[in-house]
Ligand binder design. Structure first.
Ligand code: PEP
Length: 267
């Protein structure tokens, strides 16, 4: 499957959010299965985000020079301190982690992760050499009340408050409509692209031309069946995949759908 849009300057990125799934031993098996499938993929950045306890096993299984990067599902903004149950950037770096998901709707909902906390974490992430994947998205009630545009604008502005402009190339945004996460209800390609376009304009207005290089991923019930139509949208630069990333074949099929037109395995 190939992308119909003209060659985009933004390299596709497909990230798997494993959420609270897979023990360390199960992680080794899943990572091995994914590696076998994506071994020759050179057209996209691939990230897997297992639970904290599985990061050492994932790191060991991937080895130092894997084409798959490791991500975490959250982090604390402080380097260390009296924060029971939390994990810091330097702790993640020690296990080869290069990306970190911030402000996922499940953390916003269940762990009171506010825009202000996300902003502090995003700044800390780049300080500790981690690439933040900052999640934003509206609820079903907000969409039905036609508040999507204003909610997204507020979340993007506030979650990026104080973000260092010289670190913008490290930043990734994920648009994840809350009503589409884990529900099987996917946004239509047009619904998703419209919001991506809005986020893109906002990023350019906030950061100037560099804003157009920031990758914006779509997340919310992405599956092999719907990925091709989403990935061919001009403003969608990849996917943040939950459930389907736990199935190596499904995850690979989604990665395949992000292959730019005319790209060969070795491009
Ligand atoms: C997610 O967890 O970020 C997500 C999009 O989940 P799912 O793909 O299962 O909807």
């Amino acid at each position: 499957m190939s992308r119909a849009k003209p060659a985009a300057p933004r390299r596709p990125l497909i990230a798997g959010n494993w959420k609270m799934h897979r023990t360390a031993s199960d992680t080794r098996t899943l990572i091995e299965d994914i590696v076998k499938r994506v071994d020759r993929v050179a057209y996209a950045d691939i990230v897997v985000c297992p639970p904290f306890t599985s990061l050492p096993a994932a790191h060991e299984t991937l080895g130092r020079h894997s084409i798959i990067a490791l991500g975490a599902q959250t982090m604390h903004s402080a380097k260390e301190g009296a924060f029971t149950g939390e994990i810091s950037g330097p702790m993640l770096r020690e296990f080869g982690v290069r990306y970190v998901i911030l402000g996922h709707s499940e953390r916003r909902q269940f762990d009171h992760e506010t825009d202000a906390k996300v902003a502090a974490k995003a700044i800390a992430a780049v300080h500790f050499h981690l690439r933040p994947i900052v999640c934003v998205g509206e609820t079903l009630t907000q969409r039905e009340a036609k508040e999507t545009a204003s909610i997204i604008e507020t979340q993007v502005r506030s979650s990026l408050a104080g973000f260092p402009p010289d670190q913008l190339e490290e930043l990734v945004i994920a648009y994840e409509p809350v009503w589409a996460i884990g529900t099987g209800k996917v946004a239509t390609p047009k619904q998703a692209n419209d919001v991506h376009q809005q986020i893109r304009k906002l990023l350019v207005s906030l950061f100037g031309p560099t804003g157009s290089a920031i990758r914006i991923l779509y997340g919310g019930s992405v599956k092999p069946e719907n990925a091709p139509d989403l990935m061919t949208q001009p403003d969608i630069d990849g996917a943040l995949v939950g459930g389907a990333s736990l199935d190596s074949q499904a995850f690979f099929d989604i990665i395949e759908s992000a292959r730019p037109a005319r790209a060969s395995d070795h491009d």
